[in-house]
Ligand binder design. Structure first.
Ligand code: CO8
Length: 260
């Protein structure tokens, strides 16, 4: 594939949902620099678009993503790796204000699982395999695979994954709290899109505030997080959608939301 190839495909629906698809099937969607750059560009292009209310991120049947591209890692040294400043790529995804749903089929390993963990909701197919196998190739996770994962599932399960590099099934991941929902493999994308469409119909300022507070609060003290939550809730009383949605409920009609 040439450097110009579309390694990430972005489709905007007229239903408020954008679909981002990793498209490097020959390498199980391994995340080389070109894929990451295109992923960043796709997310950045959606962030300020009020017509996009929810985003679905997916791969293909065989792989969500099998991790960082080991062929790009094998011969580089620490300083080259540092200079790549790959944190830029992850940040663009994690800071997207709209909800992001990862639709995971097949392998989600290493950087691939870290990518899924940048999403807000993970829908996995029965046959998905997840893991942090970095230790097997002499490194450790470098984009949340020791941190986001511990916040999601706790120290002892995170240690099992990071210290062994073992893959787990979607069901095991669900039981650990690492995925939101497990569905049949052929239902993953449909389920994620349907969920995204439902979220896209809700008042977007409220949806985005919920995401923002939930994420920011997770790293704050409970007292500080409760203040943040309360203030964000109070601010929403200034939104036109809040008045419209509550009035519609009381008047037993459908709300007409403006995202304002
Ligand atoms: N990098 C590069 N190429 C890959 C990768 C990868 N991670 N994974 C698969 N491929 C390629 C294979 O080389 C192969 O290519 P080719 O046909 O040219 O030989 C093709 O994809 C198909 O792969 P396999 O033949 O191996 O397929 P199998 O079904 O036999 O096995 C596996 C599938 C189990 C997923 C296997 O491919 C595998 O173990 N892959 C590597 C998984 C891995 O170790 N991932 C972690 C990488 S390290 C990482 O992600 C660190 C992240 C740090 C954060 C970011 C900071 C920069």
């Amino acid at each position: 594939m040439s450097a110009e190839a579309k390694l990430v495909i972005l489709e905007r629906g007229d239903d408020g949902v954008a679909l981002i698809r990793l498209n490097r099937p020959d390498a199980l969607n391994a995340l080389n620099l070109a894929v990451r750059e295109q992923l960043r560009a796709a997310f950045t292009s959606l962030q300020g678009d009020p017509a996009v209310r929810a985003i679905v991120l997916t791969g293909n049947d065989k792989a969500f993503a099998a991790g960082a591209d080991l062929k790009e890692f094998v011969d580089i040294d620490a300083i080259e790796q540092m200079k790549r400043r790959v944190e830029r790529y992850w940040k663009a995804i994690a800071e997207t204000p709209q909800p992001v749903i990862a639709a995971v089929n097949g392998f989600a390993l290493g950087g691939g699982l870290e990518l899924a963990m940048c999403a807000d909701i993970i829908i996995a197919g029965e046959g998905a395999k997840l893991g942090q196998p970095e230790v097997k190739v002499g490194i450790i996770p470098g984009a949340g695979g020791t941190q986001r994962i511990t916040r999601a599932i706790g120290k002892f399960k995170a240690m099992l994954l990071c210290l062994t590099g073992d893959m787990i099934s979607a069901r095991e991941a669900f039981d650990m709290g690492l995925v939101s929902k497990v569905v049949a493999d052929d239902q993953v994308l449909e389920e994620a899109l349907a969920l995204a469409r439902r979220i896209a119909k809700l008042p977007p300022l409220a949806v985005q505030s919920a995401k923002e507070v939930l994420l920011a609060g997770a790293d704050a003290s409970l007292d500080a997080a409760l203040v943040m939550e309360r203030k964000a809730m109070q601010v929403l009383f200034a939104s036109a959608d809040k008045h419209e949605a509550m009035s519609a409920f009381i008047e037993k009609r459908k709300p007409v939301l403006k995202g304002e």
